[in-house]
Ligand binder design. Structure first.
Ligand code: ZN
Length: 184
């Protein structure tokens, strides 16, 4: 969990390190403001996807369920800069489905932490496998990293794409290509 006092003290030190006058009007409230912001942005740290994925409904058929274009925002743990984009999640139910909003809630649990995109992708796939127990799941994440587009190589708009497949999606290439066609 975020320790707001420590974040506040650290931001003050950071500003001093940047050569700023922490007492000037515009910066006076900044350390406390940033501490409150991180508390919100990292709220996924104490959260579990289990509560969202355990409210299931029975479903008799096992057609692919695809939720596409779930918007997310996360923070890169290497630079503490945002990365954000879209997530597509597909799963093949094994008798149980979840409400559509629960997939977006699951994304939030794992995005609202210090992250790397590869781990975010895998954690979402694993949480769905573990809690919903479908026959298979596939997760595709497409994101812009501010640490790449605002500094360094400076390639605005460039997207990093990661994918994770579990269960049937892992075993059956035709299912995988069906997924790629559905999200294209
Ligand atoms: Zn980064």
């Amino acid at each position: 969990m975020v320790n707001k006092d420590k974040v506040e003290a650290a931001v003050k030190l950071l500003l001093e390190g940047m050569g700023e006058d922490v007492n000037r009007e515009g910066l006076k409230e900044t350390p406390a403001r940033v501490a409150r912001m991180y508390e919100e942005l990292l709220s996924g740290m104490g959260a579990s996807a289990k509560e969202h994925l355990s409210k299931t409904f029975e479903a008799s058929d096992s057609q692919i369920v695809l939720e596409r274009d779930i918007t997310f925002y996360s923070i890169c743990e290497h630079h503490l800069m945002p990365f954000f984009g879209k997530i597509h999640i597909a799963y093949i139910p094994d008798g149980q489905v979840v409400g559509i909003s629960k997939l977006a809630r699951t994304v939030e649990v794992y995005a609202a932490r210090l992250q790397i995109q590869e781990r975010l992708t895998a954690e979402i796939a694993d949480a769905i496998m573990e809690n919903l127990r479908p026959k298979g799941v596939m997760v595709l994440v497409s994101a812009e990293h501010m640490c790449m587009t605002m500094r360094g190589v400076k390639k605005p708009g460039s997207q990093t794409v990661t994918a994770a497949s579990r269960g049937l999606f892992d075993e059956d290439e035709s299912l995988k290509s069906l997924f790629w066609n559905m999200v294209k």
